[in-house]
Design a protein around this ligand. Structure first.
Ligand code: PLP
Length: 394
């Protein structure tokens, strides 16, 4: 089947929820994918920050093959060995207390919202159920997480939305302080906003939020679904800020491409959930958590993380050498980089794709770079050269 065959069938049978490019990647290795017509692409999207180790990493392939031969799924009514191991690893790295596993970023955030409310409910403070979230944020597509998302375009047509979310200005501590009431239970944000345009939180802002939460007895929830798992050069983005949240969520790179999400909480806050309060049939199943264990081991290696930091710096350096008056600025952390333009970047992305480079946007005017975390300098050079050529053509 060619790209066109797959696309034509897809248009007939797959629900129309994505504006899709007209190619069908069918194979991947490292930082490259090949479409159904055999054309090769350098993948600077990595499944939107999912394939942190690139495609079909040999060690991950081996772990998955072994697990496929051993046990795929048992219910969470039993103890699941790789799940327990993944939880221990994440607890040790984060300094938090306990883990809950699910299947996606939205589910991890949904779990965090429910835990924050249940925690105060159990403390006989059920009036504390409002969550301060942020404009331009993105937390997922379930009804609660799309409500937590501070972008009305994702909410349109889905009313009535759940109550209890208010929207503050990102990187503006005063705007948050003004919104705290006796009903506030938590503040929830991405340490680096992803979909909203790659905006890292300022040091003073995040530290200020931690102090505010301590003073007002609120929970600080970090959504590290996109910026966690080594993406910023630290295993968790919050580790660059010298503070710890009460709850952190993750997904995307955690399984290296195998669907998995997780929520970690301090021991005290995790006590908000008792058996029966929350669950997920597939959450943390043996196949997904066996993959996660390997991914966590590889990414948490200090040499690996140092390399991510260096590659991120190198990518930003290369991008900043491109002279083009349509470029407004470059920002990011590690290998989560945004290049802002004064034009819509859709056509540019299409041109890059034609020339063999997969890129995506973060909002209409920001080009987003979230390549595999183990991308080489050569591959970065190759990608930047294609981008330059596409800019010449645009
Ligand atoms: C920060 C953040 N949170 C949550 C989500 C939702 O994750 P999922 O699509 O796995 O539900 C995303 C997805 O892009 C994200 O970037």
């Amino acid at each position: 089947m060619t790209n066109k065959d797959i696309m034509t069938k897809g248009q007939e049978f797959v629900m129309n929820t994505y504006g899709r490019f007209p190619i069908a990647p069918v194979k991947g290795r490292g930082s490259y994918v090949w479409d159904a017509n055999g054309k090769q692409y350098l993948d600077f999207i990595s499944g939107i920050a999912v394939c942190g180790l690139g495609h079909c990493h040999p060690e991950l392939v081996k772990v998955l093959k072994d697990q496929v031969d051993t046990l795929w799924h048992v219910s969470n009514l039993y103890w699941i060995k790789p799940q327990v191991e993944a939880a221990e690893k994440l607890v040790q790295i984060s300094g938090l207390g306990k883990a809950f596993f699910c299947n996606s970023g939205a589910e991890a955030n949904e779990a965090a919202i429910k835990l924050a409310r249940k925690y105060f409910y159990r403390r006989q403070e059920s009036h504390k159920n409002h969550i301060i979230v942020f404009k331009e944020s993105f937390h997922g597509r379930t009804l609660a997480t799309v409500t937590a998302t501070g972008q009305s375009k994702y909410q349109e047509g889905f009313a009535p939305l759940p109550e209890g979310f208010v929207y503050a200005e990102y990187n503006n501590l005063d705007s948050v302080k003004k919104m705290v009431t006796k009903n506030t239970c938590a503040i929830m944000l991405e340490p680096v906003q992803g979909e909203g345009g790659i905006h890292p939180a300022d040091m003073d802002f995040l530290r200020g939020l931690r102090e505010l939460c301590n003073k007002e007895e609120l929970l600080l929830i970090f959504d590290e679904v996109q910026c966690g798992m080594g993406r910023t050069g630290k295993f968790f983005a919050f580790q660059s800020y010298g503070i710890k949240p009460d709850i952190v969520t993750m997904a995307k790179s955690l399984g290296g491409g195998i669907p998995i999400g997780a929520m970690l909480a301090s021991i005290e806050v995790a006590g908000g959930f008792a058996p029966g309060d929350h669950a997920s049939t597939f959450g943390g199943n043996p196949l997904a958590t066996a993959a996660a264990c390997k991914v966590i081991d590889l990414i948490s290696d200090p040499d690996f993380l140092k390399q991510v930091e260096e590659s991120g710096r190198y990518l930003q350096e290369c991008l900043s050498q491109i002279t083009d008056e349509r470029i407004v600025g470059i920002r990011g952390r590690g290998l989560m980089v945004g290049m802002e333009f004064n034009i819509d970047v859709k056509e540019l992305i299409g041109l890059c794709m034609e020339q063999g480079l997969l890129l995506l946007n973060a909002g209409p005017r920001v080009l987003r770079f979230v390549p595999p975390l183990n991308i080489s300098k050569n591959e970065i050079n190759q990608g930047v050269a294609i981008l330059k050529e596409a800019l010449r053509e645009l």
